[in-house]
Design a protein around this ligand. Structure first.
Ligand SMILES: Nc1nc2c(ncn2[C@@H]2O[C@H](COP(=O)(O)OP(=O)(O)OP(=O)(O)O)[C@@H](O)[C@H]2O)c(=O)[nH]1
Length: 299
């Protein structure tokens, strides 16, 4: 399994600095890192910085973010990366500062990778200076900034050099109140010990009955099905699910169909798209508190 970390954080918070640091540390530990990054616009400055850091497999998604270029495009990029570099140990995915962490996670939780990727969690870089000035952001951007903090499994409170001791104590208290389950480190230039991140992400994310990824509040769970599924019965089950299920997707073999269907669920809506091949039936669920969620096929 490849350990996967999503690096989230507001524009300019220090994600690229963190990425370069972590990639170096993974290499020093004798493991093979890889990077998937995306940015707005054609000019990709960040990937240049990472390439300069040495031989690291890298895929980039230009023209849009991981969420709006579509999960399919990310899936294709990931598939390409995994095929080209079978020896990857740790994969970092830098999301654009404008990405909502749930959507960024969504892109990596593909049923195609359920057995290959171990999504460890979201590491959010919080710009300490920006936190103080966040009232100056527009309401929509402010909400995104807070969502990135709320969904973190590990927080890097960066740019601490720009704050007084009092301000730093105050910001740290506020941020940890806002997200009280994720460990936090205070940094300059996003310098953090990767072995500490690895250890603490696991502490913050106790393994439940999940196959890939884990953590609070966002968790994922994979259900596998051996026999074809009755569509009506399945959709009835979907309607019984709690609001804490945000997103589901999977390849499902339906009764009466020769090939699999791609199943998508978001915001209460279901969507089925026929595929032209048989793919093992697996459903990836993303949400909060999923331990009790199981599907019992129609007898
Ligand atoms: N003062 C100060 N500046 C920092 C710190 N960390 C990063 N910076 C600077 O902040 C700027 C943005 O850093 P990046 O690492 O590129 O941040 P990013 O989140 O990848 O930025 P985007 O790609 O725009 O989203 C750079 O000019 C860094 O040198 C810090 O701890 N203190």
């Amino acid at each position: 399994m490849i350990d996967v970390y999503l690096l989230s954080g507001f524009l300019g918070s220090g994600k690229t600095s963190l990425l370069v640091n972590l990639v170096d540390q993974v290499k020093e530990s004798g493991r093979q890192p890889a990077v998937l990054m995306n940015e707005f616009g054609e000019l990709n400055i960040d990937s240049q910085i990472v390439e300069d850091a040495g031989e690291v497999p890298l895929k980039e998604l230009l023209n849009g973010c991981i969420c709006c270029t579509g999960a399919e495009s990310t899936e294709a990029q990931l598939q390409g990366l995994l095929a080209d570099y079978p020896e990857i140990d740790v994969l970092f995915i830098e999301t654009t500062g404008a990405a909502h962490p749930v959507e960024a996670l969504d892109a990596v939780y593909s049923p195609l990778f359920a057995e290959k990727l171990d999504v460890k969690g979201i590491v959010t870089v919080v710009d300490a200076k920006r936190w103080i000035d966040r009232d100056k952001l527009s309401p929509r951007i402010q909400a995104l900034f807070l969502e990135q903090v709320r969904h973190a499994h590990f927080m890097v409170l960066n740019k601490t050099d720009l704050l007084t001791d009092n301000q730093l104590a105050f910001v740290t208290m506020q941020v940890t109140q806002f997200n009280s389950y994720a460990p936090l480190v205070q940094t300059m230039n996003a310098k953090v010990d990767f072995s500490y991140v690895e250890k603490m992400v696991n502490v913050a994310a106790p393994k439940q009955s999940v196959t890939t990824g884990s953590g609070l509040p966002l968790v994922s769970k994979v259900l596998s099905f051996d026999a074809p599924i009755n569509q009506e019965h399945f959709e009835d089950w979907v309607r019984t699910l709690p609001d804490s299920v945000y997103r589901m997707k999977g390849y499902i073999q339906l009764e009466g169909s020769r090939y699999s269907h791609l199943f998508q669920y978001a915001y209460g809506m279901v969507n089925w798209i026929p595929e032209y091949m048989q793919i093992p039936s697996k459903l990836v669920i993303i949400g909060e508190q999923l331990t009790d969620i199981e599907y019992s096929p129609k007898n």
